[in-house]
Write a protein that binds this ligand. Structure first.
Ligand SMILES: [Zn+2]
Length: 202
């Protein structure tokens, strides 16, 4: 194992060697009594199921139109990429680029990297480049902003309601599901995966 198995007390800076814990046990600092870490149940199956469901939601969200806007007898609908391409041709390129990165590329990369780590761990294999992929996942977390996009869609639906009729379509429901699934997936502590991998042969 290349990773250090050390843990530091957040309150008094004492350093300890990590030891495996039994069910519901808590490791405490012997100097100040603060909690160092606690026993966690690692549910790789649940994470992998969320991961796969999120990939399906991602495909639906990106392939299908998000909304249909009807105003003065005209109707138009578009999916995420049609909206991004339109933003480039209408002088809002920075917003289009930001949306492409935060709503498409980062979430897709995040889901692929999660799958790359979770699938082998589930069958008790340690993926190659585990350390690099885990660092990438941690750094990517703040950059996948599907929930911000979802909020934007909701605001647009409400605000445009005065001048046009906006009806959410399949893509919007796909994004809603993706938001929920990504939030659940990201609520897991990545240290659980480190723990699981460190128990496996390299
Ligand atoms: Zn302490």
């Amino acid at each position: 194992m290349a990773e250090a198995r050390l843990v530091i007390c957040k309150f008094c800076d004492c350093v300890y060697q990590r030891a495996p814990l039994g069910a519901r046990e808590i490791a405490r600092c012997s100097q100040c009594g603060a909690e160092l870490y606690h026993w966690r149940r690692i549910d790789i199956d649940a994470m992998l199921a969320l991961n796969i469901a999120a990939l399906f939601a991602f495909v639906i969200a990106n392939l299908f139109p998000i909304a249909i806007v009807q105003s003065q007898g005209r109707a138009s609908e578009s999916n995420l990429w049609q909206a991004i391409i339109a933003s480039f041709s209408e002088g809002a390129a920075p917003i289009g680029a930001l949306a492409a990165m935060t709503v498409f590329f980062f979430p897709l990369l995040q889901l692929c990297l999660f799958f790359y780590v979770l699938a082998p761990l589930r069958s008790a294999r340690r993926p190659r480049a585990f350390v690099a992929v885990m660092h990438a996942l941690r750094q990517m977390q703040p950059w996948a902003m599907v929930e911000v996009f979802m909020l934007g869609v909701l605001v647009a639906v409400v605000k445009l309601g005065d001048v046009a009729s906006v009806t959410p379509l399949t893509g919007a429901y796909g994004f809603a599901a993706l938001t929920l699934l990504l939030t659940l997936l990201n609520s897991y502590d990545l240290r659980e995966l480190w723990d699981r991998a460190s128990a496996l042969p390299a």
